[in-house]
Design a protein around this ligand. Structure first.
Ligand SMILES: Cc1cc2nc3c(=O)[nH]c(=O)nc-3n(C[C@H](O)[C@H](O)[C@H](O)COP(=O)(O)OP(=O)(O)OC[C@H]3O[C@@H](n4cnc5c(N)ncnc54)[C@H](O)[C@@H]3O)c2cc1C
Length: 427
């Protein structure tokens, strides 16, 4: 009989969705040093190439030559454990505002992804990407072997003395690691291990789908959002042949949120949209059944973001695992990518100082994770309050409550567009 294996890793990311891949990529891309090696250095072939890789240590180094300047890029290695047996991208497409594009640029994949989605009319950069394009592009930019599929984490245990963690996998094997980053989404095992309150189920259901137009659609580059009788409709062109549409509306209390039959889903959508213009009905009728998906909105309440430390020892969370929010501002994915950039920056900054002892390293990792949580808390709190208020406006509450919500939103947030222009900074 084969005994369950125990592996050792430095940094383990649980979950290979948008946040997990973005975090691995941000760590991989982190640039630690820039220095002028010599005024008279003969760099010959280096001048013609952008980069060469020198493998060694636990990390890898890459050396770029620009005239007489040599800059060293030291990427930080991590491992991503994904429970699925391959990359997966539920939800068809995702709207990405300027803040998300800034993060993607930091990860070095912005230019490639821009070629896959047209710019839409909006203040600042705004495009709608197929989730498949986003996930595959990030995965391709990672070193081979970074993502390990069919690895489902079922438990996390921390040794309080060393701060090292043991991850238990469903095949009985274990992984001992110095850092655990939980990017395992809304039902996060890692968030559970930090004793975070579970996310709440809202009254709102959302349906998303992509419609293909072989002969070009008529929406041009318009980003359309309509609110009618508590139904929220969004139409976002991806390119000249594909359009993402989504609707959200309050659900009956007993709804389990697990409708899967595409035909039933389309009927449910059309049922809500009887008095919409014929071209919108056509858009919904022609939706690609493969891409249609229904989700009941889950969210971490703003008050549940106020006090938790979001880190214990060298364990933390990012993305939906930390701050799942309703889709009303289109910021869940983008803020997950912001998390990735900030977390990589904080880790890299602290991990390069000190005497190199393992005790010092664990202290530095703890400080890095605290800095990350400190930097992110205000930002995600602001986004979460706004999405929560928008969610309230869509639920059946008395008029007076709606007026109060409008007033609070106007006073606290004014132009919420400003939040889509946020800059999470550089790696
Ligand atoms: C209807 C809807 C519309 C949205 N629209 C937008 C939008 O337009 N713009 C935007 O920015 N955001 C949007 N979002 C939010 C966005 O989709 C999420 O915020 C984003 O996908 C979060 O990424 P994540 O990686 O944190 O989590 P996930 O995407 O959920 O990824 C988690 C990953 O972890 C894996 N996993 C889970 N548990 C384990 C385990 N125990 N072991 C190993 N692996 C595990 C899962 O298989 C998955 O791959 C929307 C969300 C919804 C519901």
């Amino acid at each position: 009989m084969e005994l369950p294996s125990n592996k050792e890793e430095d940094i383990v990311i649980v979950g290979g969705g948008i946040c997990g891949l973005a975090t691995a990529l941000a760590l991989h891309r982190f640039e630690t040093t820039t220095s002028i090696i010599s005024q008279h250095l003969t760099i010959g072939c280096l001048l013609n190439s952008d980069a060469i890789s020198l493998h060694g240590f636990d990390n890898y180094w890459c050396v770029c030559a620009h005239a007489r300047k040599l800059c060293c890029r030291k990427g930080i290695k991590s491992v991503v454990l994904e429970r699925s047996d391959s990359l997966h991208y539920p939800g068809a497409a995702i709207a990405i505002y300027a803040n998300g594009w800034r993060a993607l640029d930091q990860m070095g994949v912005g230019t490639k992804l821009r070629s896959k989605a047209i710019p839409l009319q909006m203040k600042g950069e705004f495009r709608c990407l197929r989730r498949r394009d986003l996930i595959e592009t990030m995965a391709e930019a990672l070193p081979a072997g970074t993502i390990r599929f069919s690895e489902r984490v079922i438990g996390v245990q921390m040794d309080k003395l060393t701060s090292y963690s043991t991850l238990h996998l469903d095949d009985g094997s274990t992984i001992t690691t110095k850092v655990v980053i939980g990017c395992d989404g809304v039902n996060s095992i890692v968030a559970n291990s930090l004793n975070l309150n579970p996310p709440k189920l809202s009254h709102i259901g959302t349906l998303r789908c992509v419609t293909n137009y072989p002969d070009e659609h008529n929406y041009g580059d318009a980003a359309i959002r309509v609110m009618k009788n508590r139904l929220h409709l969004g139409i976002l062109p991806i390119d000249k042949n594909h359009v993402l549409w989504f609707i959200s509306w309050p659900q009956p209390p007993g709804d389990s949120g697990v409708i899967r039959d595409p035909k039933l889903l389309r009927e449910a959508a059309l049922d809500q949209m009887k008095d919409f213009p014929p071209e919108v009905i056509e858009l919904v009728n022609n939706g690609d059944p493969e891409s249609i998906i229904y989700t009941r909105v889950k969210y971490r309440a703003p008050w549940d973001l106020l006090f938790p430390s979001f880190r214990e020892g060298a364990i933390t969370v990012a993305g939906d695992a930390m701050h799942v929010m309703g889709p009303f501002m289109g910021q869940g994915g983008a803020s997950a990518m912001e998390d990735a950039v900030v977390l990589a920056r904080c880790l890299a900054q602290e991990m390069r100082v000190g005497n190199g002892s393992s005790r010092q390293l664990q202290t530095n990792i703890g400080m890095a994770l605290d800095n990350y949580v400190k930097e992110r808390r205000g930002r995600i709190l602001r986004l979460s309050i706004q999405t929560y208020l928008r969610q309230l406006l869509q639920t059946p509450v008395p008029l007076v409550v709606k007026l109060v919500v409008f007033a609070i939103s106007a006073v606290l947030f004014g132009k919420s567009q400003n939040d889509t222009q946020y800059d999470c900074g550089q790696l």
